[in-house]
Write a protein that binds this ligand. Sequence first.
Ligand SMILES: Cc1ncc(COP(=O)(O)O)c(C=O)c1O
Length: 424
Amino acid sequence: MTDRPVHMRHMPDFVTPVAPIVIDHAKGSWVYATDGTKWLDFVMGIAVMNTGHAHPKIIEAVKAQAAKVSHAQMNIYRHQPMLDLSDKLAEIVPDGMDTFVYTNSGAEAVENAIKLAKQATRRPGVIAFQGAFHGRTHLTMALTDSNVHYRGHFEPLVGGIYHARYCDPFRTPASEDATAYAIDDVRRVLRAEIYGDDVACIIVEPIQGEGGFIVPTPEFVRELRTIADEIGALLIIDEIQAGMGRSGKWFCLEHYGVKPDIMTIAKGIASGYPLGVVAARKELWDKCAAGSMGGTYGGNAVACAAGVATIDAMRDEGMLENAARQGDKLKKFFEDMQATYPRIGEVRGKGLMLAIECVSPGTKEPDVAAAKAFIAACSKEKLILMGAGSLGNCVRFLPPLNIPDADMDVAMGIFNAAAKVAFA
Ligand SMILES: Cc1ncc(COP(=O)(O)O)c(C=O)c1O
């Protein structure tokens, strides 16, 4: 037993919450702790509560569905919220992605996306990217490459996975073109490590999340589409963190004009109820053997009802537009701050998926201490933030997509004060 707070006495030590509180309730951008304190939430359960905490339309939908039926296993019967959610998703995903299979989590969605690609192509290999995060299950941690703690001590990992360089414009050597630098490495993998016709799929995050909110060039994502077509592999875009309006569009891939073969969605899809989705063309799903995919709980009726209400609320209340507008404002705020504090090496992201990367002034040397000091200074003022990045030197900003100006103003006041402490 350590000297941890009494409320942690039955929790393992590896659970280290970023805010030292027990939540009693939450509303909009705010959480209220059992000790009477009130905190501004700029993590939102890691990009889950995109509609804000306790959105009335979601609560209403959940209550109504819980009173009708909670669990209706998909191999036994259909339930209406799943059918309704599939209709709604078909309206917002890229054209042609018309069939959806539901899971309980993001990692499980990625597992099933890879299984779908392997079954549909009858090929064994997967190309993923350095710095990627796709989950913590045995298959997804083998795809993950953002930090050794996600995969170390778990050998042997699932085989047949090859990691190529992700497109990171900030950390591309000045003499190189960011797109070519990364794409050349994908071609190196195909030259040196796996035959193209053994590759089932290329899986990529449209913005690397855990890896540090790294925004690739649009050309990089387009080139991956080209390479996948050249070798007859499928392109999986993992929209689990960047999707569901987070980037100011329903899905981040819309910024690049690229169509995937398979998409994974989770986190923001159901405003806090566990739900993941694998989206693909029906003809791909039709290549799967009966019984080869699924599970007891996937597509829970209450979670699907929350998903339907989430899409309706986001659409009816202009949340995508608000995410784009507030995102531009927050990005400009940090870009202005960068002029005063060169410890902010880069401000990046799209919509309300934003991060700053901290460096030693005048260099690109990661400054982990500055990122930690900024998060700690904000926490002192009761604003909740989280770090990110393979190098541990990024701070991510994930407020709700419907954050009002007043809450953003409060946050900016706290960020100004924290920068004086952390970046001076
Ligand atoms: C891009 C991406 N893929 C997959 C996952 C795994 O999702 P989950 O934690 O729901 O298993 C995450 C979680 O952070 C993610 O950001």
